[in-house]
Design a protein around this ligand. Sequence first.
Ligand code: B1M
Length: 230
Amino acid sequence: MEPEILMSTDVFSAMRQSIIDGAPDTASSLAQQAIAAGTAPLEAIDKGYVPGMQDVGEQFARGQMFLPDMMASAEAMRSAMSILDPALRKLGAERPMAGTVVLGTTKGDIHEIGKILVGTLLTAHGFLVHDLGVDVAGEKFAAKARELNADIIGVSALLTTTMRNQKAVIDALEQSGLRSQVKVMVGGAPVTRRWADEIGADGYAPNAMSAVALARELMQQKQEAMPLHI
Ligand code: B1M
């Protein structure tokens, strides 16, 4: 193997390990080094930090890791993201506004890392993103969409028990008379395209990059559905 390739593989595996160890200082310092060396922030996330999180989830499922360990890993991930996020967002500042998105994690669910990543990449690709945070009720999504005249609502869910609250967001939009104006996209580890169809969402994305492609597609659908102003 070429020495350079070997070096970057080592960095990605150190990033992965910093998440498994729940080491925020190491995680952020590796992110700083990666940016200084010209590594694309998305590559660091995809090849280093996210595989670390996946490993943590598998160890937790096998009973080899406990809740405090998982929290420490999440803290390490946040610490790395605090360095990588501004670098990703810089791209978005140079692009025209692609659309307005209201984003959040469903009621009863406090997982936020994937949602933050989706928000960062949408911003990096020119979307104006309003992140409502975690544990968000359907009515709150609908109220914010009305206030901002949003184009898209993005709802994340990481638990099989909170997935059904994605449907509650669609119900709240229907009740407030906004459903025809706002597109709804859903995602999160247990979410599938089939589930999205079942609840009447407009789209499903399996990861943050495909969420950007989906948001663009939904914007196009909105524009095509708009009556012509003569
Ligand atoms: Co929790 N947790 N957790 N957890 N946690 C999972 C999800 C779990 C799969 C772990 C496991 O058992 N293997 C499991 C869920 C089982 C299930 O329901 N099927 C689980 C459990 C059980 C729990 C608790 C119930 C544990 C307990 O208390 N006994 C509890 C629930 C708390 C609650 O929400 N009410 C809990 C708590 C926590 C912490 C607080 C400790 C912490 C979250 C901290 C935080 O976010 N600030 C945590 C973590 C870190 C995880 C794992 C390990 C990692 C999640 C993560 O950040 N992944 C997770 C295991 C796993 O997923 N492998 C697990 C990295 C992130 C980049 O990926 O979030 O999937 P992800 O996002 C992806 C895609 O899904 C997609 O794009 C992202 C980037 O590519 N995506 C979207 C996400 N949202 C999208 C929205 C879109 C489009 C795409 O459009 C809008």
